[in-house]
Design a protein around this ligand. Structure first.
Ligand SMILES: *[C@@H]1O[C@H](CO)[C@@H](O)[C@H](O)[C@H]1NC(C)=O
Ligand SMILES: *[C@@H]1O[C@H](CO)[C@@H](O)[C@H](O)[C@H]1NC(C)=O
Ligand SMILES: *[C@@H]1O[C@H](CO)[C@@H](O)[C@H](O)[C@H]1NC(C)=O
Ligand SMILES: *[C@@H]1O[C@H](CO)[C@@H](O)[C@H](O)[C@H]1NC(C)=O
Ligand SMILES: *[C@@H]1O[C@H](CO)[C@@H](O)[C@H](O)[C@H]1NC(C)=O
Ligand SMILES: *[C@@H]1O[C@H](CO)[C@@H](O)[C@H](O)[C@H]1NC(C)=O
Ligand SMILES: *[C@@H]1O[C@H](CO)[C@@H](O)[C@H](O)[C@H]1NC(C)=O
Ligand SMILES: *[C@@H]1O[C@H](CO)[C@@H](O)[C@H](O)[C@H]1NC(C)=O
Ligand SMILES: *[C@@H]1O[C@H](CO)[C@@H](O)[C@H](O)[C@H]1NC(C)=O
Length: 895
């Protein structure tokens, strides 16, 4: 049988143009009613895919109990050669990631742990070489753990079997304070909406425990493991929950539908919620399919491997990816999820459970899946502009911009005094809209003001320099008299590797050549960096190439052929920006422009503790790039060079490099934003990228029970905090923000250290049987994941001499049982039991690997404390029924 590359089935990545967020987020979480059982005993994955085929034929979105999917994924074997080729590929790709050196050695104000990405990849490679992987899933989880540790929303990875499904909690949660001052608690979203609809006749009851663990503690641990791409734990926290601005975009919180790591324990998927008032709910962790087409008839283990890991599908199946077909999911449906036609709205009422009020201004074609996104509202003398995303197709950008202008004009007509720009959940999009929107509020000449500077730079390295030099020289050599070459010149003017169109701020002219731009001089740690580049937004070729802008009227407001016709309507102090920390990419650029112009930020939510929070914790990088575009650049460079032997090899008949395992999308951040104020101090000094600077919001507020699902209330609380009652700001959250051209009055909190992350067994509260207790000795280091997914062994091993065990495990006596009730030669045998964290990570990971009978369960044995005094429980993965070691049982082992 011949197979076709699965890559061709996906169409959501963009090959050209500057789309700053290329996050291929999975679709919305469907209704639970449609959940199907897949009894895969003896035929892992087979039954699962029978159901997927059936459901998709009926246009239902398949939903499963999480462990049904997990048992399929864990049945996929690992092949060493494939893994090694993937690491080679991914390592080459990540050489273009701008932040490697800063991640390894971040400044103190950076709020996430350091990580040496290349060394971590090397560690995984060594494990492959040492035959430590048996299952594909373990390998992919280890790679994803590295990607998560980068904490950059531009760095994402959709590969192999982990791209196929997401996991989800069966309930929707929010985090909110009772009155804005009390620390937030966890609530079921439905309870909040119900109480609101009943006019708050009754207060909703907070969630006391999840699976027996204090709800706040459960989610604190859970979010640090599962949140993706944020610069601090407050944003990680917000990322878990439901939010009206997610609803109107068809997204769920990460907990509600975007989990990458399997959250259950492999045996049962229990999800138990107890409310403070005693109400109790039981359900199961769920699994959702991430693609809207059937993988076809997968029957043999080989089929699974080909499909999942290599990305090859049997040719017999006619496959349609309906993600572009104008259909979206209706997850309100009575009998589960069905595909329906895209719905065009005039407001967001229905999508947001009526959290959004009726807008006074709305972009045409408001839809849940893109199209119109901008809305405007007026409350008393406050105008609110809601921009949930900057992601727009080129043909939609004009309407986006016009709607912003319509809002401003109407607000002026109504004599509106104050403006809130609501950017909650805004993960970026097309950067021209950041420039455009900014200049609608500040229409002065850009060069008379510093704040649309948007300077950036990239990591220099030999491969990047070779590509940049080759492509820049090719572009410079194009002959505009030749039609084909003229076309190329326009098409590629904004190509990232054409530096001849980028402005050098030292001279205010474009760079002559790549060597001038990337001389490999400015260094930090092991890395060197290019000079700073700026985009020329008045250059028609650049606008055409970057944003598909074909006529001058469509140029960003105040650039090129679209001159300013309005006047600034509000002083900076009369505008505030509202975020939830999840602001990323183009959103970051926009907030940067606005704050440098003197606009203040208010950030909402965060972990249930007081203190400051940053307004922009998504990627602050200026260019999301992808492996596919990179491969294309390699291929192009290879064709231009007489000697292309130093480039990665690309087969001539195939569009990408050998990726080892199947990659749907590998995102990276190509350029870092460098602040103008930093650059001006000394253009040749080391400049800390904005990504690694602490940028506190001017004020932080908690979401409240009253405002989390009522935007009217939220905006009115924001207006109060901004202009009339600063006392609404969370304690100790003000005074940390940097002011334009001034240092922050209060220094940033220090980064949580590796020490804080270490867990120390507290032997005085040992609750288990005897064992070797490493008294007070840190037994795992930051970066190790306790049991669950990152700690792996092929089976339980007997303890060594002196009861020695590898780190992450402890020597414990285990009861020996033999077949047919035979008497064992010894009642107990000592084994190294891996550590586990009950309720968070589990032993599921080991269950099918262990070369003993009886699955493991996570057995609570020790109370531990972290150095920051947060309680934590540590257990051991113990066999459920004792072990059956052959050397301790009479008779011959059976086959
Ligand atoms: C999901 O798991 C629960 C508990 O194991 C079980 O009762 C239920 O029938 C399962 N549902 C489906 C659809 O498999
Ligand atoms: C699953 O299928 C196996 C083999 O067909 C059968 O023995 C087992 O009883 C089934 N389990 C359930 C829960 O239906
Ligand atoms: C990744 O690439 C860098 C630069 O070429 C090299 O130094 C390093 O050894 C590679 N690491 C792995 C794990 O392949
Ligand atoms: C832009 O808005 C106009 C109405 O003002 C509408 O006719 C047109 O279809 C919209 N275009 C897009 C791409 O949304
Ligand atoms: C470049 O232009 C900026 C204003 O845009 C100006 O402040 C700066 O002095 C200029 N630099 C040079 C070297 O001309
Ligand atoms: C930007 O592009 C415009 C239009 O091509 C050109 O006139 C201007 O000189 C460019 N700016 C710089 C700094 O190169
Ligand atoms: C290098 O050049 C050869 C000969 O033109 C070509 O076959 C090969 O595909 C090129 N390699 C790359 C990486 O493009
Ligand atoms: C939201 O809050 C406002 C102000 O408190 C109130 O007037 C409105 O009725 C609330 N909306 C809903 C849907 O309950
Ligand atoms: C260990 O637990 C005991 C008893 O609960 C407590 O007194 C002691 O302070 C704990 N040790 C540490 C280091 O927290």
């Amino acid at each position: 049988m011949t197979f076709v590359p699965r890559l061709l089935l996906w169409s959501s990545f963009v090959l050209s143009g500057i789309f700053d967020s290329v996050n291929a987020r999975p679709g919305p979480r469907p209704s639970l009613l449609n959940r199907r059982a897949a009894n895969d005993t003896g035929r892992p994955c087979g039954a699962l895919f029978d159901i997927i085929e059936e459901d998709l034929k009926l246009q239902f979105f398949p939903v499963f109990n999480a462990s049904d999917v997990y048992s399929c994924l864990t049945a996929v074997p690992f092949l060493k050669d494939v893994g090694l080729r993937f690491i080679e590929y991914y390592n080459t790709t990540l050489q273009f990631q701008s932040t490697l050196a800063y991640l390894e050695s971040p400044p103190a104000e950076y709020q996430q742990p350091a990580v040496d990405v290349v060394a971590e990849l090397g560690r995984v490679k060594q494990k492959v070489l040492d035959d430590q992987y048996i299952r594909q899933l373990d390998f992919e989880y280890d790679i994803h753990s590295i990607v998560h540790a980068i904490h950059d929303d531009h760095v994402n990875l959709y590969i192999g079997i982990t791209a196929a499904f997401s996991f989800a909690s069966p309930f929707d949660f929010v985090s909110a304070s009772l009155d804005g001052k009390a620390l937030p608690r966890i609530y079921l979203k439905d309870d909040i909406v119900k109480a609101r609809n009943n006019g708050w006749a009754e207060e909703p009851s907070p969630v006391a425990t999840i699976n027996g663990v204090d709800a706040t503690e459960f989610l604190a641990q859970f979010s640090s493991r599962n949140a993706f791409g944020y610069l601090e734990s407050h944003a990680d926290w917000n990322d878990m929950f439901e939010h009206p601005t997610n609803d109107i975009q068809g997204f769920y919180g990460t907990l509600g539908g975007q989990l990458l790591f399997y959250p259950g324990n492999g045996l049962d998927d229990t999800f138990n919620v107890k409310l403070e008032d005693g109400t109790e709910w039981n359900d199961n962790w769920l699994a959702l399919l991430n693609q809207i087409h059937s993988p076809g008839p997968l029957e043999t283990a080989g089929d699974f491997y080909n499909y999942f890991v290599l990305g090859l599908v049997p040719p017999v199946e006619v496959i349609e990816d309906s993600s572009d077909s104008g259909l979206v999911f209706d997850f309100e449906g009575e009998d589960g999820l069905k595909l329906i036609e895209i719905k065009i709205d005039t407001d967001w009422l229905e999508e947001s459970d009526e959290a959004f009020p009726k807008p006074e201004v709305a972009q045409p074609f408001l839809t849940i899946s893109g199209g119109g996104v901008v809305t405007g509202y007026f409350q008393d003398d406050v105008g609110i502009l809601s921009i949930p995303t900057f992601e727009q197709f080129p043909e939609e950008a004009k309407n986006f911009s016009n709607t912003v202008q319509e809002f401003i004009t109407k607000a002026e007509d109504r004599n509106v005094k104050k403006i809130i720009i609501d950017l909650q959940q805004n993960r970026g999009g097309s950067p021209n809209l950041a420039f455009d929107t900014f200049r609608r509020f500040f229409p002065q000449e850009p060069d008379s003001l510093p704040w649309t500077w948007a300077g950036s730079r990239r990591r220099s390295h030999p491969l990047g320099d070779l590509v940049g030099d080759t492509i820049t020289e090719w572009w410079k050599g194009l002959d505009p008299e030749d039609d084909v070459q003229l076309f190329d010149q326009w098409d590629e003017a904004a190509n990232e590797f054409v530096v001849a169109t980028k402005i050098n701020p030292l001279t205010n002219t474009t760079y002559d050549n790549w060597a001038q731009y990337s001389p490999g001089s400015a260094s930090y740690r092991k890395d060197t960096f290019s000079k700073v580049e700026r985009l020329n937004l008045s250059d028609d070729q650049v606008l055409y190439s970057a944003f598909s802008i074909e006529t001058v009227e469509d140029d960003p407001y105040g650039y090129g052929g679209n001159p300013v016709t309005t006047k600034q309507a509000w002083k900076p102090e009369d505008i505030v920006i509202l975020t939830d920390g999840l602001c990323s990419s183009t959103c970051s650029l926009f907030v940067g422009f606005m704050t440098q112009a003197g606009v203040r930020t208010i950030v909402a939510g965060g972990r249930p503790e007081t203190g400051p929070m940053q307004a922009v914790s998504g990627s602050r990088g200026t260019r999301a790039y992808s492996n596919h575009i990179l491969d294309w650049m390699f291929q192009f460079t290879g064709q231009l060079l007489p000697d292309n032997s130093s480039l990665p090899n690309i087969p001539i008949d195939y569009e990408t490099r050998d990726t080892g395992l199947w990659i749907h999308h590998a995102g990276l951040n190509l350029r870092d934003e460098i602040l103008k104020s930093d650059w001006e101090k000394d253009p040749n000094a080391e400049h800390v990228p904005r990504q690694f600077q602490y940028e506190a919001a001017h004020c932080r507020i908690f979401y409240t029970v009253r405002n989390i699902y009522n935007m009217t209330q939220l905006w009115s609380d924001v207006a109060k905090a901004a202009w009339t009652d600063p006392g609404l700001c969370v304690d100790d959250s003000t005074g940390y923000a940097k002011l334009p051209n001034q240092p922050a009055p209060v220094p940033a909190p220090t980064r949580p250290t590796a020490q804080d992350a270490q867990i120390v067994i507290n032997t005085t509260t040992t609750r288990g049987g005897p064992g070797q207790d490493p008294d007070g000795v840190p037994i795992f280091n930051e970066g190790d994941i306790v049991a669950g997914f990152a700690v792996k062994r092929a089976g339980l091993e007997p303890c060594g001499a002196g009861d020695k065990c590898p780190s992450n495990s402890m020597c414990e006596p285990i009861k020996v049982v033999c077949a047919n009730g035979e008497r064992p030669k010894a009642a107990e045998a000592k084994y190294c039991l891996p550590l586990c964290k009950p309720a968070v990570d589990t032993c599921a990971h080991f269950a099918s690997d262990v070369k003993i009978n009886g699955a493991l369960r996570c057995d609570l044995r020790y109370e531990a404390v972290t150095k920051s005094r947060k309680h934590d429980f540590v257990g051991l993965c113990a066999p459920r029924e004792g072990i059956k070691p052959q050397n301790l049982c009479p008779g011959r082992p059976t086959a």
